[in-house]
Design a protein around this ligand. Sequence first.
Ligand code: ZN
Length: 154
Amino acid sequence: MKKYNVESFNLDHTKVEAPFIRLAGTVDGANGDKVHKYDLRFKQPNKTFLKMPVMHTLEHLMAENMRNHYENVIDLSPMGCQTGFYLTVFNDDNSENIAEALEKTLHDVLEATEIPAQNEVQCGFAKSHDLDGAKNTAQEMLDGKDAWHQIFAE
Ligand SMILES: [Zn+2]
């Protein structure tokens, strides 16, 4: 297969088993810092997916709350294939730390009573949210926690 520039284009999505946390790549900065990209996979590729409002609400809640638990966050963004999120961090290639931060963040989702920045000033599609759906997905992800570090099906 052709080698692509984008790391995940070189991943065989038929071999992975969601849910999982996968270190998808590291970039070395000129001054010694490292930037790591994690694949937080919630749904099994090409079998199931997150509905857009659910993914959008998870994005708002996770992007906001994860920073309360973990100070190395650069960015958290949804995957276009609607099966998970990319988490970009600096100077931490230990996915155990990511798992710990994700677990706390998903508990925040379960306890949320409102969606941060759900308005037309702070969001580009404020109508497209689903808090109940986000909570169901957070619970499902937490239920699969024991398998987060197993990326490929056996
Ligand atoms: Zn938004």
